[in-house]
Design a protein around this ligand. Structure first.
Ligand SMILES: *Cc1c(COP(=O)(O)O)cnc(C)c1O
Length: 390
């Protein structure tokens, strides 16, 4: 990373042990110029040279490096236990950069249930023709093993919990299989956040986030970030894609992400508490065929979630009896929970995935996906109850 972060002494950061404290302090410090405790938002695109032509601050041009973006990157690296983070304009920009950056540029193994944007990236841009993609059910480790053995594989993509079926994938086991085959393993950690799950500690070669979701936390910014450990084969190519292809995270979005990080641990705990209560309430209703949520003891991902995560997350899906029409009608009766895509903000959001994804969707017709927000949980439950009553 070029350019220094305008903050207090690095020694203060290295002495920080606990995650909650890192979320507030890592990558930041009191501004030495002004004493401001809130990190300054540096919107300047360019930085002054000295008379001798050097750049005394280390900063030159914001696409290459920006103080606010550097601080966000340093904070993310600290929270995921990585060495470097590279911030992009969106989660999708980060994903596209990873596909392009993986060293062998060979086959990519993907989960068969994953963020739909990746499917669109493959189907509707040149990415689909430049790489070979093979989807597998990553809950089945034998399937992963035969997929990586079938053809030389460069990258194994992991998403857990997955979208929209809320499936759990054993990160450590899949990383090991990938490594035995000489492939890199990358985890999309958007839904769990580093509060609940830290994939680098489980062997992942990189962690990716849509910071648009829980990290920003208020549905008002867009950014993506990739965190890599030391000596990562991905680090330089990702940095060069960021810098030269230019889909960099904007300073203001980085500033909002840094603000979001400060409350991420407490927000995640509140999101998780609410989601478990909502899942239990939905499970008791006859008009709900099934609730997909790893916090339920009956969920196939429950034991793995207990091992791999420090909380069950706040994304859940449920299947309304009567299929797509009944699910749409139920969502149409909601008064508090907002019908909108995306997730991870303060507002509870609900979405009928099959109609959002269109004809290629593999989501069951009756499935509604919900991001449980930070409203009082009884208000959320009451709204769902009234919508499912008639
Ligand atoms: C939203 C999301 C993305 C894409 O991020 P954007 O910021 O919307 O580009 C990728 N993966 C997951 C799991 C997501 O939820």
């Amino acid at each position: 990373m070029t350019g220094k972060i305008p903050n207090g002494p690095a020694s203060k950061e290295t002495s920080i042990v606990h995650f909650e404290t890192k979320a507030i302090h890592a990558g930041r410090g009191v501004d030495p110029a002004t004493g401001a405790i809130s990190i300054p938002l540096h919107t300047s695109t360019t930085f002054e040279r000295s008379a001798d032509g050097s750049f005394p601050s280390g900063f030159e041009y914001t696409r290459d490096a920006n103080p606010t973006r550097n601080a966000f990157e340093a904070a993310m690296a600290a929270l995921e236990g990585g060495q470097e983070a590279i911030a992009f304009a969106s989660g999708m920009a980060a994903i596209a950069a990873i596909f392009e950056a993986h060293p062998s540029r060979g086959r990519v193994i993907l989960p068969n249930d994953m963020y739909f944007g990746i499917r669109s990236l493959i189907d509707e841009t040149d990415v689909g023709s430049r790489f070979e993609f093979a989807p597998v059910d990553m809950r089945n480790l034998e399937d992963v093993r035969s997929a990586v053995k079938a053809r030389p594989t460069g990258l194994v993509w992991i998403e857990t919990p997955s979208n929209p079926m809320i499936r759990l994938v054993d990160i450590a086991a899949v990383c090991q299989i990938a490594h035995e085959a000489g492939a890199l393993a990358v985890v999309d950690n958007t839904w769990a956040t580093p509060v609940l799950q830290r994939p680098l500690e489980l062997g992942a070669d990189a962690v990716m986030h849509s910071a648009t979701k829980y990290i920003g936390g208020h549905s008002d910014m867009m950014a993506g970030v990739v965190v890599v450990p030391s000596f990562s084969a991905l680090e330089r190519p990702l940095r060069m894609i960021q810098k030269h292809k230019g889909s960099v995270a904007a300073p203001f979005d980085c500033w909002l992400a840094l603000r979001g990080l400060q409350t991420l641990p407490v927000r995640m705990r509140a999101h998780c508490d609410g989601a478990l209560k909502v899942a239990n309430a939905l499970s008791a209703l006859p008009r709900v065929e099934k609730v997909l949520f790893p916090g339920l003891a009956s969920d196939p991902g429950h034991d793995l979630a207990k091992r791999q995560m420090t909380g069950f997350g706040a994304m859940l899906s449920f299947i309304v009896a009567g299929g797509a029409d009944a699910a749409m009608a139920m969502a149409g009766r909601l008064k508090l929970v907002v019908r909108a895509t995306s997730l991870g903000g303060t507002h509870s959001l609900i979405e009928h995935r099959a109609s959002v994804e269109g004809p290629k969707s593999m989501a069951p017709g009756g499935l509604l996906r919900m991001s449980v927000g930070l409203e009082h949980v009884q208000d959320i439950i009451d709204d769902l109850m009234q919508a499912l009553a008639d």
